[in-house]
Design a protein around this ligand. Structure first.
Ligand code: ZN
Ligand code: ZN
Length: 281
């Protein structure tokens, strides 16, 4: 059995508790490894990012936890790096600055062509999604979704990182209101992205957060996208994107079942600074 979570947020970004609380909870849950992946600092104010001035403290605290708990659990220091073309720092910058073990690349803020304003597609409020779709894309859902996937593609092609974060996050606030995942144009977009991911040999996380927060009816990714991941033989890992210690392994059993149903028989794991495949039993 796979007992680890490599995507979680502490109070260094938008998580609720001190990192040590997550480590202690993970030990209680008998996890073998946990990795912190705070949201990367951005060149403007946000409510969710790691603050640049706390970067050194993030390093020293995660180093302390690695050492203090080394006989009980592996602790990693990662980062969930936001990619915004022309605005975010090159991912290499953060690998060096924070001496990362690994990085997740994610898109939460979509930049339309010829606009300085950004479309926030995450967070608890679907009204923000609806407003952005209206104001920045004139309610043209295909144009908006295409802009999201183009940004993910650009990240995959231009940046160095390990894991693609919640690759189909764009569906979360849609909730089948503007499009369904069965539509051909949507399938073509996700498929194009998955082909690029495959070429770059990146891992795709299967993220349970949308489901346990009841913001999405399915996993990120699920359905057609997950079938294609199996067909293309793209490496996957399971993560909960926990913002609370209690969320560390939510829906993992369910997700393992889903993977098996889709003929995915191994998940990736981080060990001695390398990614290794572990068979699902
Ligand atoms: Zn994220
Ligand atoms: Zn996250």
């Amino acid at each position: 059995m796979i007992r680890y979570n490599l995507h979680q947020h502490s109070y260094f970004s938008d998580g609720a508790e001190a990192p040590e609380t997550y480590v202690q909870k993970a030990i209680e849950l008998e996890l073998a490894a946990v990795g912190f992946t705070e949201h990367s600092p951005l060149p403007f104010e946000t409510s969710f990012s790691l603050k640049e001035e706390r970067a050194d403290e993030y390093i020293s605290e995660t180093d302390r936890l690695k050492e203090e708990y080394k006989n009980q659990i592996a602790v990693y220091r990662g980062l969930e790096i936001d990619f915004i073309p022309g605005l975010s720092e090159n991912f290499d910058h953060w690998y060096n600055r924070l001496k990362l073990d690994y990085a997740i690349g994610s898109v939460h803020l979509v930049k339309p062509d010829r606009s300085e304003e950004l479309w926030f597609i995450d967070g608890p409020k679907k009204e923000i999604y609806d407003e952005g779709l209206q104001n920045l894309f004139g309610n043209d859902i295909q144009k908006a979704v295409k802009t999201y996937f183009r940004q993910v593609n650009q990240m995959v092609e231009s940046q160095e990182f390990d894991i693609v974060g919640h690759v189909d996050k764009i569906k979360m606030h849609n909730q089948n209101r503007y499009f369904t995942e069965e539509e051909k144009w949507y399938r073509d977009l996700i498929l194009e992205t998955l082909h690029l991911v495959k070429e770059k040999d990146l891992i795709v996380e299967v993220n349970t957060r949308g489901m346990y927060k009841k913001r999405a009816e399915t996993l990120f990714p699920d359905g057609f996208a997950l079938q294609q991941i199996a067909t293309l033989n793209i490496p996957v890992l399971i993560s909960s994107d926990a913002h609370l210690p209690e969320e560390l392994d939510l829906l993992f059993e369910y997700t393992l079942g889903k993977l098996k149903e889709n003929n995915i028989h191994e998940v990736y794991y981080f060990e001695n600074k390398n990614w290794v495949a572990l068979p699902l039993v």
